[in-house]
Design a protein around this ligand. Structure first.
Ligand code: BDR
Ligand code: CA
Length: 308
């Protein structure tokens, strides 16, 4: 089983990523680290706790991380995309009880699953960068890193140049991109094509073995409304974060290039990601997704979301 420690900000596509890990017998989610991003840190934490509780997996540690970027300003939430509470119209029950774990749990989890643990970051980079700074010895024990972020070919989705996760805290993103080993990035220019369409959602909604079936249609409809308004003609809604999880299992659903990736921290082009592709430049250490094979993506997605 793939052992995954997920840093996230649920968020609809983060939520779908959590659901997927709950449904996939080949993945073992060993912890969720929650941060500000699509919603506040507290809301992201409650949402993560709710989704694992629905799967009867209260044993998965939920670890709250950063509530703001290290620059301490420029936090924007995205209710129009993800809903006021982050899972479209769905809200965790107000009386929900759940346990949260201290930040040091990240260290313990990495030590426990040393050499096989995969860290996935589908949120702003602040919390993962903090873990790098606090636990450098343990970070070396991580098998590999997967980060959803950046737009290496434009446009971005927050500004013309920048994608939301790298825009949120570009200093931390740069730090992670520089120091993470075995790093794969799934940027917006690939994830934007990982769209799920109303017909697939309709089929999932009718699948009795998918414990999240009843949520799928309302959550998707909320999310798709935003994309219909902003991307004319788009046939469905892109599940950026979930694509990142899927390609851990099947890396062949995308093509890659290898470069060192950078993020601009300054005001004018804040959060812009770039690689040096001049003919004279050398290839680098980071595996960057560049092209999606849509049919294979849908096949992998359906295998798990439509349990038999
Ligand atoms: C990324 O930003 C967030 O809003 C999404 O959850 C995803 O992680 C896409 O740019
Ligand atoms: Ca996210």
């Amino acid at each position: 089983k793939k052992k995954i420690l997920l840093f996230c900000d649920p968020g609809i596509d983060d939520s779908l990523a959590i659901m997927y890990t709950m449904l996939d017998p080949e993945i073992e989610l060993v912890g969720i680290v929650t941060s500000y991003g699509n919603v506040t840190k507290d809301q992201a934490t409650a949402n993560a706790a709710y989704l694992v509780q629905l799967a009867g997996r209260n044993d998965i540690p939920i670890i709250p991380g950063a509530s703001q970027p290290i620059q301490r300003e420029g936090v924007t939430f995205y209710p129009e995309i993800h809903g006021e509470e982050g899972i479209g119209p769905i809200q965790p029950p107000s009386n929900m009880q759940y346990q949260i774990y201290p930040f040091d749990t990240i260290r313990l989890i990495i030590e426990r699953y040393r050499n096989e643990i995969i860290i996935v970051d589908t949120g702003r980079s602040t919390t993962l960068a903090t873990a790098f700074a606090l636990f450098p010895d343990q970070i070396k024990m991580v098998h590999s890193f997967y980060v959803m972020g950046g737009a290496f070919f434009f446009p971005g989705n927050v500004t013309a140049l920048a994608e939301a996760n790298f825009f949120g805290d570009p200093t931390s993103s740069n730090f992670v991109l520089k120091f993470a080993h075995n790093l794969t990035i799934t940027p917006l220019n690939v994830t934007q094509f990982a769209v799920i369409t109303p017909d697939i959602v309709d089929t999932i909604s009718k699948n009795r073995k998918n414990i999240y079936a009843s949520m799928m249609a309302p959550v998707f409809e909320y999310y798709y409304e935003f994309y219909k308004k902003t991307v004319p003609g788009i046939p469905g809604a892109p599940i950026h974060d979930l694509l990142t999880i899927i390609l851990i299992k099947n890396p062949t659903i995308v093509d890659y290039i290898y470069y060192d990736a950078n993020v601009i921290e300054g005001i004018e082009a804040k959060g812009m990601s770039y690689i040096d592709i001049r003919p004279t430049s050398k290839t680098g250490k980071t595996r960057i997704a560049i092209k999606l094979h849509y049919e294979s993506f849908i096949e992998e997605f359906s295998k798990v979301m439509l349990p038999e």
